[in-house]
Design a protein around this ligand. Structure first.
Ligand code: NAI
Ligand code: SOE
Length: 390
C-alpha cells in the first residue's frame, strides 16, 4: 500500500483534528487509499513544534514552515495556521509540487484566494479546502436526496451558524478578532461554512444583500498563542480594538432562481456549534441541525395527507460513508469523523490521480461570496457575486 508523507503546519485546534484524522483514517476506511505518515510538523517556534510532534505523533518537527514546504520527502502539505498565512504557504507549497489541504476560509480576501487557485492550477497537484461539515454523513445524505430529486426543485435555503464562545466581552482579543490575521469575523470564520453548504446543496450564489454588526468593540489583549475559543478570560489589563464583524445576516439569490438566507454569530448564548439548514423544495423539505448530527429530518409531499410530516432518518451503514463508519445507525458521528472522512476523500483523490471538492476553486468562490457580503453590508445594496472561470 502506498504511503504519503504529511507535513502539517500549525499545531492548535486543527493540528489536533487533522493529526487524529491521519492516525484514524485507515482504521475506518480499509483498505486505505494510501497510508498517511505523520512525517513533520511545524509550529511558530522550535519548542512548540517539538511538543506538537510528541503530542500528535509526528516523526520530526521544525519552527520554520518553509522547511516543510521545501522538504523533498513531504508529499502533502496541510495548512492549519491562522488565516493570514494560508496564501503564502499554499503558493510556496504549490510551487514545490506538493498536494495541499488548507483550512477554511481559504484566504482573508478573494484576491488572495485567487493567487492560491492560480498556483495550484499551475502545479497540477491535488488541492482541498477543509470545509469539513459537507462530510457530515447527514449532510451528504441531504445532497443525495437533492440529486435524486426527492424534494423536487429547491425554492429556499435557510442556513445558520450560531455559537456563543465570544459572547463574553472579556474573552480575549485572539487572532479571530483581528482583520489583518482573520480577514473577517463571524462571516469568514463560521458563515463561510454555511456559504459552502449552500453552494454544495443548492448551487452558485448570484447576489447577496447583507448587514453586519460588531457588538463588542474592544477585548482584553492576548499575547500571541492559540485561540482559546472563549475558555479563558482577560483580566483588567489593556484592551484592543475588534475590527471584524461579530454577526452577519444576508439574503441570497441563487443562480438557478432559488432564494435563501444565512445568519452567523459567535455571540448567541446557549448556541454551541449550531449549524442548521432548512431547504424547501417543490416536493418536500429537508432539515439539518449539526447538534443532532446523526439525524436528517425529511418531509415528502408525496406522502398521504394523513401521514405527511417530518420523519427522522438516522445515518448509519446504509447512508453515505457508512461502509467505513460505525455498524449501527445512531451509534454516533462526531467532529472527528468529519475530519477522518475529509482525509479519506483527499487521500483517495491523490491515490487515484483524481480531484476532490471542495477544492481551491470552491474556496476561492466562497471568498468571492464573503467579499460581496461585506461590500453589500457597507452599501446596503444588493451586490452581485463574481463567478470563478475555468
Ligand atoms: P489555533 O489558534 O488553535 O491554532 C493555530 C496554531 O497555528 C497555533 O498553535 C499557532 O502557534 C500556530 N502558528 C501560528 N503561526 C505559525 C507559523 N508561522 N508556523 C507554524 N504554526 C504557526 O487555530 P485553529 O482553531 O487551529 O485554526 C487554524 C485554522 O483552521 C484557521 O484557518 C481556522 O479558520 C481553521 N479552523 C477550521 C475549523 C473547521 O471546522 N474546519 C475549526 C477550527 C479552525
Ligand atoms: C470558531 O468559531 C470555530 O473554531 C471555527 O473557526 C471553525 O471553523 C468551526 O468549525 C468551529 O468553530
Amino acid at each position: 500500500m502506498r504511503t504519503l508523507n504529511v507535513g502539517l503546519i500549525g499545531g492548535g485546534f486543527m493540528g489536533k483534528a487533522h493529526s487524529l484524522a491521519y492516525a484514524a483514517m485507515p482504521m475506518f476506511f480499509w483498505p486505505a487509499p494510501a497510508l498517511p505518515v505523520r512525517s513533520v510538523i511545524a509550529e511558530s517556534n522550535e519548542e512548540l513544534a517539538a511538543e506538537a510532534a510528541r503530542r500528535f505523533g509526528f516523526e520530526r518537527s521544525t519552527g520554520d514552515w518553509r522547511q516543510v514546504v521545501e522538504d523533498p520527502d513531504v508529499d502533502v502539505v496541510d495548512i492549519a495556521t491562522p488565516n493570514h498565512l494560508h496564501a503564502e504557504i499554499a503558493v510556496a507549497a504549490a510551487r514545490a509540487g506538493k498536494h495541499i489541504i488548507c483550512e477554511k476560509p481559504l484566504a482573508r480576501t478573494a484576491p488572495e484566494a485567487a493567487q492560491m487557485w492560480n498556483a495550484v492550477k499551475d502545479a497540477g497537484t491535488v488541492h482541498m479546502v477543509a470545509f469539513n461539515y459537507r462530510r457530515t454523513p447527514a449532510v451528504a445524505l441531504a445532497k443525495k436526496y437533492l440529486e435524486e430529486g426527492a424534494i423536487g426543485r429547491v425554492l429556499n435555503f435557510r442556513g445558520t451558524y450560531l455559537q456563543d464562545w465570544s459572547a463574553d466581552p472579556d474573552s480575549p482579543l485572539s487572532w479571530r478578532f483581528q482583520k489583518d490575521i482573520a480577514g473577517s469575523g463571524a462571516l469568514g470564520d463560521i458563515g463561510s461554512h454555511v456559504v459552502d453548504l449552500a453552494r454544495y446543496l443548492v448551487g452558485e450564489i448570484a447576489s447577496v444583500n447583507a448587514m453586519t454588526s460588531t457588538f463588542i468593540p474592544t477585548r482584553p489583549l492576548q499575547s500571541g498563542g492559540a485561540d482559546s475559543l472563549g475558555t479563558t478570560r482577560g483580566g483588567d489589563g489593556p484592551r484592543g480594538d475588534v475590527d471584524v464583524d461579530d454577526e452577519v445576516m444576508t439574503m441570497l439569490r441563487f443562480a438557478d432562481g432559488a432564494v435563501g438566507s444565512i445568519e452567523a454569530t459567535r455571540n448567541a448564548w446557549g448556541r454551541n456549534n449550531h449549524i442548521t439548514f432548512e431547504i424547501h423544495g417543490t416536493e418536500g423539505s429537508i432539515v439539518f441541525n449539526y447538534e443532532r448530527r446523526d439525524e436528517l429530518q425529511v418531509c415528502f409531499a408525496s406522502d398521504g395527507g394523513d401521514r405527511r410530516g417530518f420523519r427522522t432518518v438516522y445515518t448509519g451503514p446504509n447512508t453515505p460513508y457508512g461502509h467505513g463508519l460505525w455498524p449501527i445507525p445512531a451509534l454516533g458521528i462526531g467532529y472527528g469523523e468529519t475530519k477522518i472522512i475529509e482525509a479519506y476523500d483527499f487521500f483517495s483523490a491523490i491515490a487515484t490521480g483524481g480531484s476532490v471538492s471542495p477544492n481551491f476553486k470552491d474556496g476561492y468562490q466562497a471568498t468571492l461570496v464573503d467579499d460581496a457580503v461585506l461590500a453589500s453590508a457597507a452599501t446596503g445594496a444588493w451586490t452581485d457575486v463574481p463567478q470563478v472561470d475555468g
